[in-house]
Write a protein of this length. Structure first.
Length: 364
């Protein structure tokens, strides 16, 4: 198995197109054509993790955080980033990072937090805009079902919790084949009227090439009429954070204890208790101060995230309980997510979960 095959599987879960513009995701070090020996999954790619990969015979590290975040102007081993990259190159180790592509995935970081807290009726906290496109095409009436199914099979027509979605209008297509044409119906040089179905579907923009390939394969015309539009609809299955409900409401004191146990953290920094029950819970892994207003707007009783600064806590304004569980703590279950996912994708291949605790923060 080659590196690009693992990448292809990872990008089914977290397409790189879902990553934020500031991020650096994908294959950061290595060769996509290299043969994979074993896969090591980690939250951060530190020197100890590269040593672990060498010891265990793994030549592909799948990391949540990217080791190369901003541009590198030199590679002299002066920083831990440079030393990691040097050691990886010297030992033919490939490094792939998912980061905000996985943050924005429906089954990514925040999904794991929601799962740990046993939240029900979950939905994306901040649906991502700009990930969808709208396709309109015109099919001969007798081929409409086949073409529609081909588009659905290729990944078009998914809206929230529904699939195979499309809008169809019957009409008449008009065309005239020139002498060099090879028309499916009608005659050369004669204006032809064909009963057609106008099919409209939404699809993820990163999947456009597959959608068009399916359309061309299923459509009988040699010249296929279609239009693709950019749309600004929020994508209900892609985006940052998640919000849902506890099975039973709790007091604030009970919830903080529950949070510590389920997120496996010793300390939770939080705003003052408001003396109200906790039922609706918003979560966002990693640095999440930017989504406080979203959690408030969605009427969450508590917002669980990390890296809140002193002044961020004031944004609670007596409307919501803010709870900071720690950056590493909020994302630590990502290792299990990726290890399980890759193990299911490649059942006869060694996928290892790193044993290194990469949390740089210690509590006394």
């Amino acid at each position: 198995m080659k590196v690009f095959e693992v990448i292809r599987a990872l990008e089914e879960l977290a397409p790189v197109e879902y990553a934020e513009g500031f991020d650096n995701v994908g294959l950061l070090v290595g060769d996509s054509e290299a043969e994979v020996t074993k896969i090591l999954v980690t939250l951060d790619t530190l020197e100890e993790v590269v040593d672990e990969a060498i010891e265990k015979g793994a030549n592909l590290i799948v990391s949540f955080h990217p080791i190369i975040f901003s541009g590198m102007k030199k590679l002299t081993g002066q920083t831990y980033v440079e030393r990691v990259v040097q050691k990886a190159i010297k030992n033919d180790i490939n490094i792939y990072a998912t980061h905000t592509a996985l943050d924005n995935s429906e089954f990514g970081v925040s999904y794991m937090m929601a799962k740990r807290l046993n939240l029900k009726e979950t939905e994306i906290l901040i649906p991502k805009i700009g990930t969808l496109r709208h396709l309109v095409t015109y099919a001969p009436k007798d081929f409409a079902d086949e073409i529609r199914q081909a588009l659905n099979d290729a990944g078009a027509g998914n809206i929230g919790k529904y699939d195979n979605c499309s809008f169809n209008i019957e009409g008449t297509g008009v065309f005239r084949a020139t002498e060099s044409a090879n028309p499916y119906s009608g005659e050369k040089g004669v204006t032809h009227f064909e009963k057609e179905i106008r099919i409209s579907v939404i699809f993820p923009k990163h999947n456009e090439s597959n959608i068009l390939k399916a359309l061309r394969k299923a459509h009988p015309y040699e010249e296929i009429a279609y239009e693709i539009f950019e749309i600004t609809n929020p994508n209900q299955t892609v985006g940052m954070g998640m919000i849902g409900e506890l099975e039973s409401e709790m007091s604030e004191e009970e919830f903080i204890k529950y949070l510590k146990e389920n997120m496996q953290t010793q300390v939770v920094r939080h705003t003052k208790f408001l003396n109200k029950k906790i039922k609706k819970v918003a979560v966002l892994g990693g640095s999440g101060s930017f989504a406080i207003s979203n959690a408030k707007r969605k009427k969450a009783d508590v917002y669980v995230t990390a890296d809140l600064k002193y002044h961020d806590f004031f944004q609670a304004e007596g409307q919501i309980l803010l709870a900071d569980v720690g950056h590493y703590e909020s994302e630590q279950f990502t290792k299990k997510l990726l290890t399980t996912y890759l193990s299911e994708k490649f059942r006869n291949f060694a996928v290892l979960k790193s044993e290194i605790n990469t949390n740089p923060v210690h509590y006394s």
